[in-house]
Design a protein around this ligand. Structure first.
Ligand SMILES: NC(=O)c1ccc[n+]([C@@H]2O[C@H](COP(=O)([O-])OP(=O)(O)OC[C@H]3O[C@@H](n4cnc5c(N)ncnc54)[C@H](O)[C@@H]3O)[C@@H](O)[C@H]2O)c1
Ligand SMILES: O=C(O)C(=O)C[C@]1(C(=O)O)C=C[C@@H](O)C=C1
Length: 362
């Protein structure tokens, strides 16, 4: 694959653009919000200049409710030889695509099992997909060339291809992704009105359990609306376990010794089942992600500052793999942490200094 077009340059689209650009693919970037496309471009994910030249592969990385329309529009424009989406649900978008008259032979539904609780191009990173499963859902209608382009994309992103039927995929992610998201939100929701004296005791346990509760509610409503029954089935089974767990806890408080021991057995059982389920969670396949080095730059809180840093880094020939921003409380300034390959850190710091940026000594 020599050329690609990413449509939707948020977390996933920009991460794909960064990975492909790092491996020499010429990537074009497009978004309904041109600011996101230009931020992605300034991070080194590709070019946001408009062009009519067709590409090898179009990667549609928009929210699930917009996938089918975006694929059909791109197909009608004839922008690519193959079209794939990366949405978290697979059956619904393909059905919509069929009913909108889309071409199912040049389209392939895919889903990288990697992400973050943060959205947008600033949260993207080139190594997001490394070693992660990336599901492909070909049908008999899928052209071999499109399947091959998708496999090449997955290999360039250093992910691990997994072929599944769309419906089996949707049931699987209901269990391993969509229900966990809701359970994380449910635990975090208990904190909304909790007393500050309790909240200030939050330790690592609740941080681990609630990280994904910070995810974008609009995106997740889209995902859950496209997979409601499989998620409701898993959640109903969890609700049965919850009812039994509550009964066991009440029994533990009983004055009756037999009831107390039954309660203890119920709690032991759920904790043991938790251990054995957790032991089945696979480690990451493949290699661990690259360890990056951080270059920290002081920026003032003014429009365009981030894009200017990214453009300066681009001119210095350095890819920014990940980025974090620390706002200084009560000040019109902040620190931007630019994560780069260790071999590029010194040259990036020197190039940014030469362009007038203040670099924080580590
Ligand atoms: N976030 C995750 O952890 C994750 C993981 C795997 C797959 N996905 C899937 O990837 C897709 C993108 O998610 P994300 O996390 O990158 O979201 P995001 O919010 O970071 O990015 C979505 C981008 O799409 C743009 N967009 C919306 N409608 C568009 C349209 N019609 N045409 C062009 N651009 C449009 C938005 O402006 C935004 O820049 C979703 O389908 C999601 O289900 C997400
Ligand atoms: O790690 C995270 O933050 C995620 O939520 C990623 C995660 C997941 O559940 O594993 C979330 C939704 C996507 O469709 C794929 C990946």
């Amino acid at each position: 694959m020599r050329t690609a077009l990413v449509i939707g340059t948020g977390l996933i689209g920009t991460s794909v653009g960064l990975a492909l650009s790092a491996r020499g693919v010429a990537v074009r970037l497009r978004d309904v919000d041109p600011h996101n496309a230009s931020l992605a471009a300034s991070r080194g994910a590709g070019s946001d200049a408009e062009s009519q030249e067709p590409v090898d592969l179009a990667v549609i990385a928009v929210p699930p409710a917009h996938i089918a329309a975006a694929v059909v529009a791109a197909q009608q424009e004839g922008v690519a030889r193959g079209y794939l989406d990366v949405g978290s649900v697979k059956s619904g978008p393909r059905g919509e695509l069929a009913s909108l008259g889309g071409d199912l032979s040049t389209y392939l539904g895919t889903h990288p099992m990697a992400g973050k609780e943060k959205a947008g191009p600033l949260a993207a990173s080139a190594d997001l997909f490394e070693g992660r499963p990336w599901v492909l859902t070909p049908t008999p209608a899928t052209e071999t060339e499109v399947l091959n382009l998708a496999l090449e994309l997955i290999s360039l992103c250093r992910a691990v291809p997994v072929v599944m039927e769309a419906e089996a995929h949707d049931r699987a992610v209901a269990l391993v992704s969509h229900t966990p998201q809701l359970l994380s939100s449910l635990v975090a929701a208990r904190l909304e009105a909790a007393d500050e004296t309790a909240v200030r005791l939050c330790g690592q346990g609740i941080r681990d359990v609630t990280r994904i509760a910070a995810s974008d509610p609009d995106m997740w409503l889209d995902i859950l609306a496209a997979n409601p029954d499989p998620v409701a089935d898993v959640l109903a089974a969890v609700a049965e376990d919850l009812t039994e767990t509550v009964a066991s806890l009440r029994a533990l408080a009983s004055a009756d010794g037999v009831e107390r021991s039954e309660g203890g057995a119920g709690i032991s059982d759920i904790l043991r089942r938790g251990n054995s389920g957790r032991a089945r969670v696979p480690g990451k396949h493949g290699q661990a992600p690259t360890a990056y080095q951080t270059v920290t730059v002081l920026i003032s809180d003014e429009p365009g500052e981030l894009a200017r840093i990214f453009a300066d880094a681009g001119q210095a020939g350095v890819n920014i793999e990940d980025v974090r921003i620390e706002h200084a409380a009560g000040q019109q300034a902040g620190h931007v942490q630019l994560m780069v390959e260790p071999r590029s850190a010194a040259s990036l710091a020197a190039a940014l200094r030469a362009r007038g940026w203040a670099i924080r000594a580590r």
